[in-house]
Write a protein that binds this ligand. Structure first.
Ligand code: BES
Ligand code: MN
Ligand code: ZN
Length: 489
C-alpha cells in the first residue's frame, strides 16, 4: 500500500526524490521554476549538456543532495500543453525511475489541467507494478509515500481514493492475466470473484456445469467439452439504491486457449494464458465500482473455461445452440471466444440494460489491423459507440472505431445452421464482431477487441510488459460518466 499525502509548499517538504514538470526546453512547469531559480546554472548547464528538451515522456535525473531537501531531482518532460494521458505517462516515466526511492514528492499535479491530480497519481501508482510471485529474487518497488506539494488535503483525499481504487483494480487484472494457466483454473477465478463480491458487497451467482443444460449455455458447453476443468458462468451485480442507469459488462474468460481440436501451433499458444483478460477486466471493474460506490446498476458477466482438445472436445462440424436459441456451426474450434460470449451476451441482453460493453481477446486479426496498443471498437448504435469512445479517451486507453457492415453478414452464413463461427481470413475481426451482434438483440452494445493491448509488449511510461488490464480504466470511467450524466442521450 503506497500512502498518498498532501504536502505544504515546496520549501516545507523533503523526501528522496522531487519530481517536477518541464513543458519544453527551459520552459519550467509549476515547482520546476522555483527549483531552477535555486539551482541556477547547475541545472541549466546540466540539461544543456544532456540535451534535455522536455519532450513528452523524457526524464532527466540529477543528484541535488547538497542543494535541495531531496537526494535527487527528476525533471519530467510533458510537452507544451499536456493532456491527462501525457500527465499520466509523464508521471509513469518518473515513477519507473523512482522505484528504488521510498518517498516521492511531486508538483506534476499543479500543471493547469482539471483532474491533473488523479492522472498523476494513476501514472505514479501504475508504474510501480511488478509481477514477481514466481521469482526467487524479488525486486519490488520501494516507494512507500507520494507527497503532492501545495495540495488541498480534502481534494487530495478524493483524488487519492479514485486513483488508488483504479490502480488496485488494474493491478488485480494484471496479476490475473500474468498468472500461469495451471494456476488460474475457472474455479480459481470463481473464488477470486467471490472474494471481490464479499469485499465489495456485490451479489454473485455462479452457474456450474450441472446447470448449463438448464440455462441453455450451449456455447460454453461446446468449448468446455474438451477440458477437464469444470467451467463456470460468473455473474456479479452491483445494485445501488438510487441508480442512474443500468450497464452490462461482459468479458471473455478463456483461461488457456490451445485452439481445441483446431490446435494452435506452439508459438501461437505461448501467450494464450492472456485469453481470460476480458474476464479479468470485468472482475476488476466490478471491484472498482463497488469500492467507489458508483450509483449505477451494473451486471458483470464472465464465462470462464479452458479451450482444450480433450477426448470429449467439440469437433469442427458440430452444431451448438447458445442461450438465445440461434444455432451455430463450429467450423474452427479456435474461434471459441465468440461461442462463450454468445451465451454471456444473450444472458445480459435478456435484462435489457441501457448498454452492454464486452471486452475480449477475440481475434489475432485485430492487432494485425491496429497494432498491439490499440483496441478495436465495434457497436450497434452511434450513441453507444460515442459513450465508450469518450470514456476510453478520458481514461487514456486507445480504441479505434471499426465498421460493422451488414453486407459482410453473409461471411458467416452456414450451410447447415443459422451461422458459422468462422469466416474468411480477411476482415476476421469484423466477422467476429458481426457474430457477437447476433446475441445482443436490440440492446445498445459495444464490443472491444483487446487481443492486442491486453498484453503490453514493452515497458513504457506507466505500462509494464505483460498483462495490462487494458479496459478497466475505460469501463470504470464509462460507469462514472453514467453516474454523473445518466445512461440516456
Ligand atoms: N484468443 C484468440 C485470439 C488471439 C490471437 C488473441 C492472438 C491474442 C493474440 C482467439 O480465440 C482465436 O484463436 N481466434 C482465431 C479466430 C479464427 C480461428 C477465426 C484467430 O484469431 O486466429
Ligand atoms: Mn482461439
Ligand atoms: Zn481465444
Amino acid at each position: 500500500m503506497i500512502e498518498i499525502e498532501a504536502g505544504g509548499s515546496l520549501d516545507e517538504v523533503s523526501g528522496d526524490v522531487l519530481v517536477v514538470p518541464v513543458l519544453g526546453e527551459h520552459n519550467w512547469g509549476p515547482g520546476a521554476d522555483q527549483v531552477a531559480d535555486e539551482l541556477g546554472d547547475f541545472l541549466t548547464d546540466y540539461l544543456d549538456e544532456i540535451d534535455f528538451q522536455g519532450k513528452p515522456g523524457s526524464v532527466a535525473s540529477l543528484p541535488v543532495r547538497d542543494r535541495l531537501a531531496f537526494k535527487r531531482l527528476l525533471l519530467v518532460g510533458l510537452g507544451e500543453n499536456p493532456d491527462h494521458e501525457q500527465l499520466r505517462q509523464g508521471a509513469g516515466a518518473a515513477g519507473k525511475n523512482a522505484t528504488r526511492d521510498a518517498s516521492v514528492v511531486t508538483t506534476l499535479h499543479l500543471v493547469d489541467v482539471p483532474g491533473a491530480d488523479v492522472a498523476v497519481l494513476e501514472g505514479l501508482l501504475l508504474s510501480q507494478y511488478r509481477f514477481e510471485k514466481y521469482r526467487t529474487e524479488k525486486k519490488p518497488s520501494r516507494v512507500e509515500r507520494i507527497t503532492l506539494v501545495a495540495a488541498d488535503e480534502a481534494a487530495i483525499a478524493g483524488a487519492a481514493r479514485r486513483a488508488s481504487v483504479t490502480a488496485d483494480a488494474v493491478n488485480l487484472a494484471r496479476d490475473l492475466i500474468n498468472e500461469p494457466p495451471a494456476a488460474k483454473s475457472p474455479s480459481t477465478l470463481v473464488e477470486v470473484a467471490r472474494g471481490i463480491a464479499d469485499a465489495g458487497g456485490l451479489d454473485i451467482t455462479v452457474f456450474e456445469p450441472d446447470q448449463f443444460e438448464q440455462e441453455r449455455f450451449g456455447g460454453l458447453m461446446g468449448v468446455a467439452a474438451g477440458s477437464h476443468q469444470p467451467a463456470a458462468m460468473i455473474v456479479l451485480r452491483h445494485e445501488p439504491a438510487d441508480p442512474q442507469g443500468f450497464i452490462g459488462i461482459v468479458g471473455k474468460g478463456i483461461v488457456f486457449d490451445s485452439g481445441g481440436l483446431s490446435l494452435k501451433p506452439p508459438s501461437g499458444m505461448e501467450t494464450m494464458k492472456t485469453d481470460m483478460s476480458g474476464a479479468a477486466v470485468v472482475l476488476a471493474t466490478m471491484q472498482a465500482i463497488a469500492a467507489l460506490e458508483l450509483p449505477v446498476r451494473v451486471v458483470g458477466v464472465a464465462p470462464v473455461t479452458e479451450n482444450m482438445p480433450g477426448g470429449g472436445a467439440q469437433r469442427p462440424g458440430d452444431v451448438l445452440t447458445p442461450r438465445n436459441g440461434k444455432t451455430v456451426e463450429v467450423l474452427n474450434t479456435d474461434a471459441e471466444g465468440r461461442l462463450v460470449l454468445a451465451d454471456a451476451l444473450s444472458l445480459v441482453a435478456e435484462e435489457e440494460p441501457d448498454l452492454i460493453v464486452d471486452a475480449a481477446t477475440l481475434t489475432g486479426a485485430c492487432p494485425v489491423a491496429l497494432g498491439e496498443k490499440i483496441a478495436g471498437l465495434w457497436g450497434n448504435t452511434d450513441q453507444a459507440i460515442d459513450q465508450v469512445r469518450v470514456a476510453a479517451d478520458e481514461a487514456g486507453e486507445a480504441v479505434w472505431h471499426m465498421p460493422l457492415p451488414g453486407y459482410y453478414r453473409k461471411n458467416i452464413d452456414s450451410d447447415v445452421a443459422d451461422m458459422k463461427n468462422t469466416g474468411p481470413r480477411y476482415g476476421g475481426s469484423i466477422n467476429a464482431a458481426l457474430f457477437l451482434k447476433e446475441f445482443v438483440a436490440d440492446v445498445p452494445w459495444v464490443h472491444l477487441d483487446i487481443a492486442g493491448p491486453a498484453r503490453w509488449p514493452d515497458d513504457e511510461h506507466y505500462q509494464v510488459k505483460g498483462g495490462s488490464g487494458f479496459g478497466v480504466r475505460t469501463l470504470v470511467k464509462l460507469i462514472e460518466n453514467v453516474a454523473s450524466n445518466g445512461a440516456g442521450p
